[in-house]
Design a protein around this ligand. Structure first.
Ligand code: CDP
Length: 234
């Protein structure tokens, strides 16, 4: 890790954005809900179900279906976003399902569906990770049986340096040297990976370094999620 390397906001390479915070029970009419904030990124997740899957031909008699819908609100970034689903939101919805499915005990709900709606109120990169963190808490709050919750953060590379938790500038505007690589990851509390996406180039050694950084950071995120779940008021 280069000592001279300076990030635009002054963070050390292995430093995540601050503040991080979480709150459970933010959507009273949902069966479970949570908010997760990291720096300027704010995600809200609301869970509805389990309920009977419609249409009937989509029902799976073996196990329930986890259906995630990711949405960035029009005002979440400076350039207004056209409302409605698009290729990016469809991809992130799928990724979110894959990141959560290994811990959600869907075999308890044959023919049923658990809906998770994730809305980005404010977006400054890392939104899929913030959404996954909020969704994991919301599922736990809804009482959906889970082996564990999961925690998510991105790590990556700015030019030649491995860094944690890229912000919007670092993710999309950083053009020096080799540019940037963003790698969102999701871990269980015992350090098992449930999701990873590699966007850009990185060597095997640096990928290992990025994974270790993200795994360590997820331990802290898990504590924040756990604390928020403990603070639920009935
Ligand atoms: O948000 P995340 O890092 O998971 O996904 P991304 O596709 O790499 O997007 C990075 C960031 O670009 C978002 O968090 C937004 O801040 C921004 N963005 C935007 O301004 N307009 C879009 N249509 C999509 C993303």
């Amino acid at each position: 890790m280069s000592k001279e390397f300076k990030r635009q906001d002054g963070r050390k390479p292995n430093e995540m954005r601050r503040p991080i915070s979480a709150k459970v029970g933010v959507v009273p009419n949902a069966d479970g809900s949570a908010m997760y904030c990291s720096g300027k990124t704010i995600a809200i997740a609301a869970v509805y179900g389990p309920k009977k899957m419609h249409p009937q031909h989509s029902q799976n008699p073996e196990k329930g279906t986890l259906r995630c819908t990711y949405n960035m609100l029009s005002f979440s970034v400076a350039d207004r976003i056209r409302p409605g689903p698009n290729r990016r939101s469809t991809e992130i919805s799928k990724i979110t399902e894959w990141a959560l499915e290994p811990v959600v005990m869907l075999d308890k709900y044959p023919n049923r569906v658990v809906d998770v709606y994730i809305h980005m109120i404010q977006a400054d990169a890392g939104t899929r990770c913030a959404g996954i963190n909020a969704a994991a808490m919301a599922l736990a709050h809804a009482g959906i049986p889970m082996k564990n919750i999961v925690s998510s953060i991105a790590a990556g590379k700015l030019d030649k340096t491995v860094v944690l938790d890229l912000d919007k500038y670092e993710d999309s505007e950083f053009k020096e040297g080799e540019g940037s690589t963003d790698i969102p990851m999701t871990f269980t509390p015992d350090g098992k990976l449930t999701h990873i996406q590699v966007d850009g180039h990185i060597s095997k050694e640096q990928l290992k370094e990025a994974m270790n950084m993200a795994r360590e950071a997820c331990k802290e995120i898990y504590e924040v999620q756990k604390q928020a779940l403990k603070e639920i008021k009935e």
